[in-house]
Write a protein that binds this ligand. Structure first.
Ligand SMILES: Cc1cc2nc3c(=O)[nH]c(=O)nc-3n(C[C@H](O)[C@H](O)[C@H](O)COP(=O)(O)OP(=O)(O)OC[C@H]3O[C@@H](n4cnc5c(N)ncnc54)[C@H](O)[C@@H]3O)c2cc1C
Ligand SMILES: *[C@@H]1O[C@H](CO)[C@@H](O)[C@H](O)[C@H]1NC(C)=O
Ligand SMILES: *[C@@H]1O[C@H](CO)[C@@H](O)[C@H](O)[C@H]1NC(C)=O
Ligand SMILES: *[C@@H]1O[C@H](CO)[C@@H](O)[C@H](O)[C@H]1NC(C)=O
Ligand SMILES: *[C@@H]1O[C@H](CO)[C@@H](O)[C@H](O)[C@H]1NC(C)=O
Ligand SMILES: *[C@@H]1O[C@H](CO)[C@@H](O)[C@H](O)[C@H]1NC(C)=O
Ligand SMILES: *[C@@H]1O[C@H](CO)[C@@H](O)[C@H](O)[C@H]1NC(C)=O
Ligand SMILES: *[C@@H]1O[C@H](CO)[C@@H](O)[C@H](O)[C@H]1NC(C)=O
Ligand SMILES: *[C@@H]1O[C@H](CO)[C@@H](O)[C@H](O)[C@H]1NC(C)=O
Ligand SMILES: *[C@@H]1O[C@H](CO)[C@@H](O)[C@H](O)[C@H]1NC(C)=O
Length: 476
């Protein structure tokens, strides 16, 4: 995908003669349509072009800074005039549109598309002690995150961010604004929830919310995975437990890096109920609970945010240089477990790169994520038998990102996929891997839902106004 991890930015495909002519023509069009734009090279331009992943820098043809649905419509309409044929996109920087308003009668929140998760969580809590399920990083934008999944420390209990979308106002490729929900534009609504970046610009969301519990309990469990056979043994026991026994109220992930390997968790209940819920696992793994803390809702969010600030709004200027990959897999058969454990110990722990792996305990019989029927939304990883773990592989560098970093993560992922058949694994577009070609990207991100997505793309955006290198292709 285009600039990775830029926060709630939309790139609209543009074409043009020369970069200068293109920029001048777009700026002129946008000004005529009264869409606010950044002056090239202005201080706002520099803030708005910032990407979290400093490995993937780029220069747009123009940056529109809409703050209304009409601005978005005007920008998309002009873009679709098609100005030529090479690099450069019109970027819509949406982070000025970040209002969050809870209706305390319906408990439905209206959320503008440029809000970041920490801002959303803070305002929903302030306005009515409400929340919806989403990821941990407060600076992540609500749009890309919720339109393509959104997994975090409430997902085993409450599902993905995408499952809390009740409706959206969407600017389509032809500049029309429509509403999508269970009762309006239902094909679009299905496609948006899993693959939204391909079908339009969401100008406003409606999210359902839940009442936050008065306290939750965070905890850690150190894993004595000091050698490959300990990993094989422990992982085998862990996946058997996850498949049938992990309580819905438990939310857990493995965090592994060069220094430690531990389970981190958040339990919807107090510490004594937590102990009862995890004791069978602790016994199987011969380990104990540590760092158990009963916390109120916002403190628990901060606990896993790894950020000093929670309510993050514009401007935001942090970033790092990294390569990242994902996987979603079934339970691992013995031969795969062995290869994975050997790679972890002999290739990952023994190198000096700055890496981590996060393995979310994602599925199983009591996971709310996989209780949603597999075809209810276009989000592809919902099979209760098949989709057990969600992985993020992450490797950071200072300065130019080196070739060995790509090999390091690609080989690790292959340690899994080489022993699995194609139906047993997929990938998660929110941890997009720009090295996948378009065909493979569509297959692994959308799996059994791809054919229907291509039909809807053909109906709504046959000219591919909303384009990035891994975008859904219209059906022929
Ligand atoms: C530090 C960090 C922590 C993360 N933690 C988690 C986590 O805990 N769980 C998890 O599931 N993911 C996590 N992610 C991944 C995150 O969910 C994705 O990066 C997500 O795509 C970010 O959305 P965005 O809007 O900020 O990004 P952008 O890069 O701006 O957008 C991503 C895609 O969505 C499109 N898009 C953006 N806005 C709109 C809109 N209004 N309408 C239509 N399409 C739109 C863009 O064009 C682009 O294709 C994390 C990422 C980072 C960098
Ligand atoms: C952009 O601004 C910098 C100073 O901030 C200047 O050095 C540079 O020449 C400018 N570039 C263009 C293309 O205007
Ligand atoms: C909309 O954007 C313009 C230009 O950036 C700004 O002057 C104006 O104050 C904004 N309006 C609102 C309501 O934020
Ligand atoms: C979409 O819904 C909003 C309210 O959520 C409403 O104001 C607007 O008129 C609707 N637009 C269309 C095109 O139906
Ligand atoms: C591997 O680690 C486990 C648990 O720490 C330990 O009991 C076992 O002896 C180790 N095995 C080898 C071969 O080092
Ligand atoms: C988990 O799900 C299984 C199968 O539906 C059920 O039998 C079991 O009681 C659940 N366990 C917990 C702890 O909720
Ligand atoms: C913990 O929660 C359980 C279940 O809600 C409740 O029965 C119990 O009394 C609570 N214990 C304490 C110490 O609060
Ligand atoms: C893939 O593996 C699954 C689970 O073991 C099995 O049911 C299925 O038949 C296999 N499919 C192919 C094409 O080998
Ligand atoms: C895309 O990648 C897949 C997997 O690596 C490969 O099999 C396929 O040949 C590639 N397709 C193209 C068109 O390059
Ligand atoms: C815009 O596209 C939508 C979806 O294809 C279609 O229903 C609508 O009629 C189009 N509007 C215009 C003005 O062309």
């Amino acid at each position: 995908m285009r600039p990775l991890f830029v926060f709630s930015i939309i790139a609209v495909a543009l074409a043009a003669a020369s970069p200068h002519a293109k920029r001048a023509a777009i700026d002129d069009c946008l000004k005529t349509a009264k869409v606010p734009v950044d002056a090239p090279n202005s201080s706002d331009w520099k803030v708005d072009v910032h990407t979290f992943n400093q490995r993937l820098l780029y220069t747009p043809a123009a940056i529109a800074i809409p703050n209304t649905t009409e601005h978005i419509q005007a920008a998309v309409s002009y873009a679709s005039f098609g100005l030529g044929g090479e690099n450069g996109h019109l970027v819509l920087q949406l982070d000025r549109m970040d209002e969050v308003t809870l209706d305390t009668n319906t408990q439905i929140a209206t959320v503008q598309p440029g809000a970041r998760l920490g801002h959303v969580a803070t305002l929903l809590y302030k306005q009515g002690k409400r929340a919806f399920s989403h990821g941990t990083c407060p600076a992540v934008g609500v749009s890309g995150h919720s339109l393509h999944g959104g997994f975090g420390f409430s997902s085993h209990t409450h599902g993905l961010a995408v499952d809390w979308i009740a409706g959206a106002t969407v600017v389509l490729a032809n500049g029309t604004a429509v509403n999508a929900s269970d009762t309006e534009n239902t094909d679009l609504f299905w496609a948006l929830r899993g693959s939204g970046s391909n079908f339009g610009v969401v100008a406003a969301f409606k999210f359902k919310t839940f009442a936050v519990p008065s306290l939750v309990t965070t905890f850690e469990i150190n894993l004595p995975w000091t050698n490959a056979s300990a990993i094989v043994d422990g992982w085998g026991k862990l996946q058997d437990w996850l498949k049938v026994d992990m309580a819905e109220e438990l939310n857990m992930r493995i965090l592994g890096n060069g220094y430690q390997t531990q389970l981190q968790g958040l339990y919807y209940g107090n510490s004594s109920s937590l102990k009862t819920a995890v004791q069978p696992l602790l016994t199987k793994l011969s380990t104990t609970l540590s760092n158990v803390q009963e916390l109120d809702w916002m403190t628990a969010f901060q606990h896993y945010s790894y950020s000093q600030e929670t309510d993050i709004t514009r401007p935001y200027s942090q970033g790092e240089t990294f390569y990242s990959k994902s996987l979603v897999t079934s339970a691992l058969p013995a031969n795969v477990l062995k290869n994975v454990a050997n790679y972890w110990v002999n290739k990952a722990r023994s190198n000096r790169r700055s890496w981590y792996i996060i393995i979310d305990l994602y599925g199983g019989a009591n996971s709310t994520v996989t209780k949603v029927p597999a075809d209810a939304t276009s989000y592809a990883h919902r099979d209760p038998e098949r989709d057990l773990f969600l992985y993020q592989f992450y490797d950071t560098a200072w300065g130019t990102y080196p070739a060995e970093g790509f090999d390091f993560l690609n080989d690790w992922v292959e340690a899994f996929t080489n022993g699995l058949n194609a139906t047993q694994w997929g990938m998660y577009i929110n941890y997009a891997d720009p090295l996948l070609n378009r065909t493979q990207a569509q297959d692994v991100y959308y799996r059994q839902n791809l054919a229907r997505l291509k039909q809807i793309k053909k109906a709504l955006d046959p000219a591919q106004v909303f384009y990035y290198p891994q975008a859904v292709e219209p059906a022929k």
